[in-house]
Design a protein around this ligand. Structure first.
Ligand SMILES: C[S@@+](CC[C@H](N)C(=O)[O-])C[C@H]1O[C@@H](n2cnc3c(N)ncnc32)[C@H](O)[C@@H]1O
Length: 275
């Protein structure tokens, strides 16, 4: 695996063994030493062969963790990333801190449904809409929604770039992890991302900012004064995206991820934003 360019082959081998046997990682060594496991070697080999072709583990197992959730994933959705968990956690904290017993949330570009499902489970009185342009992604999100929070999320096929400022009104929160990779950079990404995440989940246009520009134009009007827009950011995008929302007279702050990179733009609207 090391020769294939995989960053941490030891720990990935343990994950594969644990998943194939169906036990926790700490028990793997113990079991492999003591019990002859039927079918283990063939399945282990199959998954390792997939990894050597740089297929992500999440695709090989068809499941990805996101906070408390195990989500079904396939090549039609972006594999949920740990960085995005920060956005989800902060969104829940903000709405709980405000004490709002009920309200409305929109998830733009829902993919696997990770953000909207976590929000639905954490904020039981909020109504949640989740949109995506990809019917195939929506069917994965609906499947995950049916397992984790049946009936809670209104999933719809919508092209956000076709929506104007009147498409929604009075929302408390808009969350989005939009496609944000500049088009020309996609071919430079690791094979796990470049060849296995859908292009529509990655491509943010020539400068990576197409979706942020549009959301700054229209989403500010979807949110009530004093409401919130939380957006995941790509590397080096903080100033440009922050400026788009400051131009709309919104308050803007930034949250870093665990590696110290700016990761979430937190936008608070005011009545001046809608002017
Ligand atoms: C970076 S992925 C995020 C998926 C998921 N929210 C997450 O955080 O893992 C972006 C998502 O936006 C969707 N998308 C791309 N273009 C879109 C558009 N014009 N309108 C709505 N959704 C779009 C993609 O299909 C993809 O599911």
């Amino acid at each position: 695996m090391r020769n294939a360019g995989i960053e941490d082959p030891e720990s990935e081998s343990q994950i594969v063994a644990a998943e194939v046997i169906g036990v926790s990682r700490p028990r793997v060594a113990l079991l492999l030493d003591s019990v002859p496991l039927q079918g283990f070697e063939a399945r282990f080999e199959e998954v390792i062969t997939g990894r050597l072709r740089r297929v992500p583990l999440q695709h090989l197992f068809g499941v990805a963790p996101f906070l408390e959730l195990d989500l079904v994933v396939n090549g039609d959705v972006l594999v949920p990333r740990p960085e995005t968990e920060i956005l989800a956690i902060r969104a829940v904290e903000i709405l709980r801190r405000e004490g709002g017993a009920r309200g409305a949330i929109l998830d733009v570009g829902t993919g696997s449904g990770c953000l909207s499902i976590h929000l639905a489970k954490s904020l039981p009185a909020f109504s949640i809409q989740a949109i995506d342009v990809s019917p195939a992604a929506l069917s994965v999100a609906e499947r995950n929604g049916a397992v984790h929070c049946p009936g809670r999320i209104d999933f719809r096929k919508v092209d956000v770039l076709g929506l104007g400022p009147d498409a929604f009104q009075g929302l408390d929160l808009v969350v989005s992890n939009p496609p944000y990779i500049p088009s020309a950079e996609i071919r430079t990404l690791e094979p796990e991302v470049r060849d296995h995440d859908p292009i529509s989940a990655l491509d943010g246009g020539a400068d990576g900012l197409v979706f942020y520009r549009h959301l700054a134009d229209v989403a500010v009007d979807w949110v009530r004064p004093g409401g919130w827009i939380l957006l995941e950011l790509g590397d080096g995008q903080t100033d440009a995206v922050g400026a788009l929302f400051r131009r709309r007279a919104c308050e803007v702050s930034v949250e870093k991820d665990l590696s110290g990179r700016d990761r979430v733009l937190i936008v608070r609207t005011s009545s001046a934003c809608a002017a």
